[in-house]
Write a protein that binds this ligand. Sequence first.
Ligand code: NDP
Ligand code: GDR
Length: 363
Amino acid sequence: MSKPKVALITGVTGQDGAYLAELLLSKGYIVHGLKRRTSLFNTDRIDHLYQDRHEESVRFFLHHGDMTDSSSLIRIIQQTQPDEIYNLAAQSHVAVSFEEPEYTANSDALGVLRILEAIRILGLEKKTRFYQASTSELYGLVQEIPQKETTPFYPRSPYAVAKLYGYWIVVNYREAYGIYACNGILFNHESPIRGETFVTRKITRALARIKLGLQDCLFLGNMDAKRDWGHAKDYVEMQWLMLQQEKPEDFVIATGVQYSVRDFVNAAAQELGMQIRWEGSGVDEKGYDAHGKCIVAVDPAYFRPTEVETLLGDPSKAKEKLGWTPRTSFAELVAEMVREDLKSAERDELVKKHGFKAMDYHE
Ligand code: NDP
Ligand code: GDR
């Protein structure tokens, strides 16, 4: 029997990390996940994968570490000797990056360098393959429609600028040291386990709660923004495939179809059997339900100092070389997210009915 491959995933507690860990375990990998210290449990998304380390044939391990702490990264890579590293850890919220620009640069830009240097320091250049979670945010103020691998970058946030450094340091270490390292330039991808403050999940969660009377109104920022939204579960498969090629290359992963934030609201509402009537424009735009109650409104607090208005990917290269075709349509993605958020809202409704306080969060 051949030895199982060993993978290290940074950001294993995040949306993509959880799906990727699940995928690699299903392929027989030994999976190590890097997890940062938090004051509350943050392993909700991977609890179903947890294996008691005292049991035999355990294949999933968690390690405490941080993208801002070289010593922890070197130690974990030395201990685990991975065949593949998937660098998914990041301060990944664009709006938050305007509030925490220095931390975002430290984790999202220098963090990438720290891992690549760890590979060099430990002499793993020929053994360890490296995947970097690059992003369509690099295109920012778009220079070409649709965006492909050769489209010039124009980042529009501290997050995107940090990821731009990450992108180029990967290219540089590949060329300078022959490391098998590649960038997946992934367009937005969502799922029922998407973070609650990204716009898609915020919408599906809020509308499900509004439907059950647990919330009054959904406040959003720029509803004209357009994105190319795919399903995270489909996208992590491409992350893995990029590391299985003969030569390391960078790939755009996208659906090639674009919708506005308002389109997403309409699709989610429809899924819940709600019809939204829109009135007004700009900051005065409002969405009303069938009883004339305002359930969607604009709050300029969610506007960004510099916005990315439109993103649309051209995944031709991935189609040709990786055999990529998105499996989940926009309508299926919205339906799945709504279904899961409706279940959570129903649970909260039940809890409330019995006099207990339901879980809530504040942005
Ligand atoms: P999430 O925000 O869901 O997950 C981010 C992960 O990084 C979490 O596990 C988080 O830990 C961890 N993390 C954050 N900061 C640190 C740190 N300093 N040290 C160690 N771990 C840290 O992101 P996604 O899963 O959606 O995205 C994965 C990656 O892909 C990110 O790098 C993101 O920027 C990038 N990306 C995402 C796209 C998308 O549409 N989802 C598109 C393109 C790129 P914790 O759970 O403790 O917060
Ligand atoms: P994005 O995702 O910035 O594209 O980054 P997000 O869902 O946060 O925003 C998408 C668009 O919706 C607009 N918007 C709002 N956004 C949020 N979060 N909350 C709101 O209330 C709201 N109202 C309107 C935004 O202005 C924006 O135009 C995501 C992250 O996963 C990144 O890590 C990743 O790199 C990119 O996708 C590709």
